[in-house]
Design a protein around this ligand. Structure first.
Ligand SMILES: CC(C)(COP(=O)(O)OP(=O)(O)OC[C@H]1O[C@@H](n2cnc3c(N)ncnc32)[C@H](O)[C@@H]1OP(=O)(O)O)[C@@H](O)C(=O)NCCC(=O)NCCS
Length: 194
């Protein structure tokens, strides 16, 4: 699926957002994201070919040059004995920063969440939180430490986040946040931290 954006005064800038499943990513797209992640973080903890086949990828591009990308990962949250499907916000990178590309990307992600009536949820360092707020997402403080990965021991993955982070939230139809904030119970997740 491709959405078109137009911006700028006088000289207009045509930008497209391509939305696709992980299973349909090309080798070139995977390589591009791997390289960007390495440049950004000094390491790449994601295996797009193995772990992200069901994830939904967003590429914001202009004249076939990618300006920003991100993904939503389908997963389940278990809280108070109830299971709730969510889309995990992850892998958000603006290739060229400070030019509004990150915000346009998040707008496309927001529109997708609205169209599917889904809750979007992710984690970010405190210094990045204002960016998500500017993009119309909420930041819930004090929630991230309650998340616990169910199969950490079997998988050798981390059970909890190393340190508290901001929880990025976009409200879906079932208003997940108010349920999570109604008590202090652990929030279990069925995939490793995304
Ligand atoms: C975070 C990131 C995606 C932002 O993308 P960007 O294209 O540079 O941001 P934009 O130019 O679209 O900025 C949108 C708005 O957010 C604000 N903003 C952007 N980055 C910000 C930051 N780090 N702190 C505070 N505000 C920020 C901008 O000032 C702008 O505000 P405005 O709408 O009032 O003008 C980008 O800096 C990036 O790729 N960072 C490295 C990877 C990363 O940390 N990703 C997030 C993982 S959780």
């Amino acid at each position: 699926m491709i959405a078109k954006h137009q911006r700028g005064q006088g000289k207009t800038e045509m930008l497209n957002t391509t939305i696709m499943r992980g299973q349909d990513l090309s080798e070139a797209q995977i390589d591009f994201m791997n390289k960007q992640r390495l440049m950004e973080y000094g390491e790449n903890t994601k295996d797009f070919k193995k772990n992200e086949l069901a994830s939904i990828f967003f590429f914001l591009d202009q004249a076939e040059s990618v300006k920003a990308f991100g993904m939503l990962k389908p997963l389940n949250i278990i809280h108070d004995g109830k299971q709730c499907p969510i889309l995990g916000i992850s892998n958000i990178i603006a290739v060229e920063k400070g030019r509004g590309y990150g915000k346009l990307l998040m707008q496309a992600i927001k529109e997708y969440l609205v169209s599917k009536h889904m809750n979007g949820l992710g984690f970010c360092d405190h210094e990045i939180c204002p960016f998500y707020v500017q993009c119309g997402f909420q930041i819930i403080e004090g929630l991230s430490s309650r998340f616990q990965y169910l199969y950490a021991q079997q998988d050798g993955q981390k059970e909890k986040l190393d340190s508290p982070r901001g929880t990025i939230y976009f409200e879906g139809r079932d208003k997940l946040a108010s349920k999570l904030l109604a008590n202090d119970e652990p929030i279990y997740i069925d995939v490793p931290f995304w």
